[in-house]
Write a protein that binds this ligand. Structure first.
Ligand SMILES: [Zn+2]
Length: 108
């Protein structure tokens, strides 16, 4: 996965809203998919992991949490323009909350 900053703009088609850009091609046609929520007490080995696709699944496994110590959120997108597989990550480490995007090119 390639890591990039999340980019928001008030691009032309945004209906007065900020638009999330694809980290691969800078396009603005991102389709939302799977959402994963990780919740736990600080440094806990397990917590609540909820996955929402067509159905909702819940377990106590925190594998894949973007935060090593706290809460995390992952949202998956498909880029209509370049077909990249994109993740938006929001996660806490100590007192900070970070936002990052990762993507896999459609050719890889
Ligand atoms: Zn793209």
């Amino acid at each position: 996965m390639i890591k990039k900053m999340a980019k928001l703009s008030d691009a032309i088609i945004s209906f007065q809203e900020n638009t999330l850009h694809c980290p691969s091609c800078d396009g603005v046609y991102l389709h939302q998919g799977r959402v994963e929520v990780f919740n736990r007490a600080e440094d806990a080995d397990e917590g609540t992991h909820v996955v929402d696709t067509d159905t909702v699944q819940a377990d106590r496994n925190l594998a894949g949490n973007p935060s090593n110590r706290r809460q995390g959120l992952k949202m998956n997108f498909f880029c209509e323009t370049c077909h990249a597989d994109v993740w938006l990550l929001i996660y806490q480490h100590k007192g900070n909350t970070f936002v990052r995007m990762e993507y896999q090119d459609s050719e890889n």
